[in-house]
Ligand binder design. Structure first.
Ligand code: SIN
Length: 553
């Protein structure tokens, strides 16, 4: 793989220079919560790759998990999170997530986030896969993320010292490597009107979300291309848990249509997964049936499809009736109506799809990476909080808790401003012919889906590594001048690492199912850690993931 530390050639002193205390890359829940946490105590720039509200957060239908009901407990939520995580959760971050998460949710309600309420006016708490208690908050049944984003964006916009740059693509973290040190010093960004710009900052936060676009079947928006993880790799920070991509069991399977998510809350309301003959496919598989954790349900569906040769299974929500479904899930009812489906009358064709990237940039419990000045939070980060499989509705919660904590850590660290300094980055011209970018993108997505999908095997993943070698020769050695090229380079970087990580884990655990290693191995209760300056991954047993900083703040 190309060992370029920066994607494009440039000379910093020829580019416009902008200064701030913190630059936050990403406008989902984690980025917004970080910016709000920094408040008006420092100068902050928040970069959104496209429109401010185009993110996995805005697309999230369900929900936010929190132990709010008087008969629920923090321990109950902790235990469900640990159970879903299949022995790989880091216990301290999990407890912190659940405990601080409940407070964060109360704060959100105080900030005016609207949630569905019961007859007594208390937040209505739903059920989702892997939870043994009703504890999921929703807004309008299936529009939780949209309302959460609205609430946070409104709050962020009121800040005097926050500048929001939308449609601004972050290419790379700039690292000060002078005098033998390493420190994040800002980002190189690109805007269609302003071109390349250097943003110097004391702290850089990667809150760039996931990389669902690496797989042909995904519930993620087109912006989810793993940019932050690839940037952290080039900058020399440690990555972890890259073999764990969570596949959501139920996305709409209509030929030619996007893979719209059919929220787990629908199964929480009693819908079940059935085959063409109407037989439940989860009977006898798990005590929670269609509400087992996502890894189990997705795997069961994929195995069922492989053994029957069918293309999809069916979600039976008819017991809710057309009016009941429309009242509980108005957005979904509208979307399904667009395809001529009425959930009260029709079975809904569904199929698993890549949904949430468990791995990411390794951090401590306050968002610090092992590159001083660089922080990460939300889906882009790996705190060990999800283990080998995330519990439903713990991801918006994660963005809230670890975004808030990253903000506090940045203020406490009060890092020095490293820039400006001169960067001259040159890239040798390549003689190789061109490959069509959209072809690479779609071949990559198909290869990942077929070979590094819900079930993987060593032989097929080795083949994919061969494909990466080929694509990399053409795409990684080139210089692109627009986001579609940089996104493909980031996808290739993260895809290759995810494949290498999946090959390294010779067992099945959580979202990572290997047909050639079907059992879970006690010896593999730990995390692979990846760094661009190391030939091989390091190993971190469970209980020790939290990042140890190198160098001073
Ligand atoms: C869903 O509504 O099923 C998605 C919620 C999540 O990813 O936790």
């Amino acid at each position: 793989m190309s060992d370029r530390q920066l994607l494009i050639p440039f000379r910093s002193n020829l580019l416009p220079q902008i200064f701030c205390d913190t630059v936050v890359v990403g406008s989902g829940v984690a980025g917004l919560r970080t910016a709000i946490g920094l408040g008006d105590r420092s100068d902050v720039i928040l970069l959104a790759k496209e429109a401010l509200d185009l993110s996995n957060t805005s697309w999230a239908q369900g929900g936010i998990a929190a132990a709010l009901s008087p008969d629920d407990t923090i321990d109950g939520h902790v235990n469900d999170t640990l159970e879903a995580g299949a022995g790989l959760c880091e216990p301290d971050p999990v407890r912190l997530l659940v405990q601080q998460g409940a407070d964060e949710v109360r704060r959100l309600l105080g900030w005016g986030m609207r949630v569905d309420r019961d007859n007594a006016g208390a937040p209505a708490l739903g059920l989702e896969g892997g939870h043994h208690h009703h504890r999921i908050l929703h807004t309008d049944g299936d529009a939780t993320g949209t309302e959460l984003a609205r609430c946070l964006i409104e709050r962020a916009r009121a800040l005097q010292r926050l500048r929001i740059f939308d449609r601004c693509f972050a290419l790379d973290v700039l690292v000060d490597r002078r005098r033998g040190q390493r420190r994040a010093a800002g980002v190189l960004s690109w805007h269609p009107r302003h071109g390349l710009q250097i943003i110097w900052a004391k702290a850089v936060v990667l809150a760039t979300g996931g990389c669902g676009q690496l797989w042909r079947e995904t519930s993620n928006p087109r912006v989810a291309t793993g940019d932050g993880v690839a940037m952290a790799w080039r900058a020399g920070a440690t990555l972890a848990d890259l073999e764990f991509m969570q596949f959501h069991p139920t996305t709409l399977y209509v030929a030619g249509a996007p893979r719209h998510l059919i929220s787990e809350a629908v199964r929480g309301e009693g819908a079940t997964l059935v085959d063409r003959q109407g037989r439940s496919i989860m009977d006898g598989v798990h005590a929670l049936g269609s509400l087992a954790t996502r890894d189990i349900v997705s795997r069961t569906i994929i195995r069922h499809l492989a053994s029957t040769g069918e293309s999809h299974v069916l979600l039976d929500a008819r017991a809710m009736g057309s009016d009941g479904f429309r009242t509980r899930f108005p957005g979904l009812a509208r979307m399904l109506g667009g395809y001529g489906l009425d959930a009260g009358r029709d079975l809904i064709p569904v199929h698993p799809a890549a949904h949430y990237f468990v791995g990411g940039v390794r951090t401590d419990m306050d968002g610090r990476t092992d590159l001083p000045g660089l922080y990460a939070c939300g889906e882009a980060a790996a705190t060990g909080v999800h283990g080998a499989n995330r519990l439903a509705s713990n991801s918006l919660l994660e963005g809230l808790v670890f975004g808030a904590r990253a903000a506090e850590a940045i203020l406490a660290d009060d890092s020095p401003q490293a820039g400006p300094f001169t960067i001259v980055h040159e890239v040798e011209a390549t003689e190789r012919g061109e490959l069509d970018l959209s072809d690479i993108r779609s071949s990559l997505r198909s290869a990942m889906w077929r070979n590094v999908g819900v079930e993987r095997s060593g032989a097929r993943m080795q083949d994919v590594l061969g494909m990466f070698d080929f694509w990399n020769r053409y795409a990684m050695e080139r210089v692109f001048d627009a986001p579609d090229g940089w996104e493909v380079q980031n996808l290739l970087t993260v895809g290759r690492l995810a494949t290498q990580a999946a090959l390294a884990r010779t067992e099945s655990r959580g979202t990572h199912a290997r047909s050639d290693f079907p059992d879970t191995s006690e010896a593999m209760a730990g995390h692979f850690l990846w760094r661009s300056d190391a030939a091989k991954p390091a190993w971190s047993p469970v209980g020790q993931l939290a990042c140890t900083r190198v160098g001073s703040t």
